[in-house]
Design a protein around this ligand. Structure first.
Ligand SMILES: NCc1[nH]cc(CCC(=O)O)c1CC(=O)O
Length: 326
């Protein structure tokens, strides 16, 4: 994995950090991610005391309701932002997929770390693949994006909501509440559950959500040194890819209320990006992809922007519950 600094223009750091506090949700996946960042920071700054501040967010408390009804994925990050504001923590680690496309005033996405497997995964105790599922089989997912593709490809399956953290979701599968479930491969791999994956779903048509599999580190915009300290943890290919994906999503007002997928790869200055917007029932969709030379963050965002314009030209706005963002 290459760990390339985000920018060589960052001024030299006069002092290494003495103490850093990482704010994290308390789910096993969030803690794994925070510990991963802590280990990377300890390697970079052996003298630094790196602590993790575990927090229960409102998003974790209201998993029984449709999150979109009570404020969306942002609920997973707000408490962590309060800890940054109060100075109780210096950085917050998030699954980038859960980070709002527009950062709130005063906060920055200061670091994007190397991406884990971005695929969605098929998990089942009885079936090897989606194709093997019989008519009426119950498939669990709470992602409208996954639901939309499943309904269009397999109208004979029954899609049911599936909420809770990863262990909760696996428990529901193992208790027989579902014949199969769809989850991000990244989370399963991080928690040592890779052996439960029966099949990785191909990017076409199961395009991941913007940022899926990547870790983002959020900080106060005004923190004096944190960006320079985190710079060595940035992964340039991931940063370019997710910046393009997030640009598509931002232009379309992406939220968990709309089936929206965006996935990009970047290597040797070439970026490929694919995105769709669809109806939840899977009957209509707009799909766009683009390929181009990308040599900077601006290039990456420009390619994402062009894909968003392509989708809008195809009529994507009619698939968005609130139309295009102002
Ligand atoms: N929406 C919840 C969420 N946020 C991040 C991950 C998994 C890890 C990742 O994508 O980085 C998951 C679970 C899932 O989608 O199955």
């Amino acid at each position: 994995m290459s760990q390339t600094p985000i920018s060589s223009s960052i001024s030299t750091i006069s002092t290494a950090p003495k103490r850093l506090v990482i704010a994290s949700r308390e789910s096993r996946l969030a803690m794994w991610q925070a510990e991963h960042v802590r280990d990377c920071l300890k390697k970079l700054y052996p003298q630094c005391d790196v602590q993790i501040l575990g927090m229960t967010t409102r998003g974790d408390q209201i998993l029984d309701k449709a999150l979109s009804k009570v404020g969306g994925k942002g609920l997973f990050v707000k408490e962590l932002e309060t800890a940054l504001e109060d100075g109780r923590a210096d950085l917050a680690v998030h699954s980038l997929k859960d980070v709002p496309m527009v950062m709130p005033e005063g906060f920055d996405l200061s670091c994007v770390m190397a991406r884990e497997d971005a695929h969605d995964a098929f998990v089942s105790n009885d079936y090897a693949s989606l194709e093997d599922l019989p008519k009426g089989a119950v498939v669990g997912t709470s992602s409208l994006r996954r639901e939309s593709v499943l309904r269009s490809k397999f109208p004979h399956l029954e899609i049911q909501p599936l909420r809770g953290n990863l262990d909760t979701r696996m428990g529901k599968l193992d208790r027989g509440e579902y014949h199969a479930i769809i989850l991000a491969a990244a989370g399963l791999k991080r928690l040592g559950l890779e052996s439960r994956i029966r099949a990785l779903l191909p990017i076409d048509p199961y395009t991941p959500a913007a940022g899926q599999g990547a870790l983002g580190i959020e900080t106060l915009s005004q923190h004096p040194n944190i960006k320079a300290w985190l710079a060595p943890l940035n992964d340039l290919p991931t940063l370019y890819a997710v910046s393009a994906e997030r640009m598509v999503s931002r232009q379309l007002g992406g939220s968990c209320e709309v089936p929206l997928a965006a996935y990009a790869t970047w290597n040797q200055d070439q970026m490929h990006i694919r995105s769709f917007v669809a109806s939840v029932d899977g009957t209509s969709s707009c799909l766009a992809s683009a390929e181009g030379s990308v040599k900077s963050l601006e290039d990456a965002e420009a390619l994402g922007f062009s894909v968003a314009q392509d989708l809008i030209a195809q009529g994507a706005a009619s698939l968005l519950p609130h139309g295009l963002p102002k």
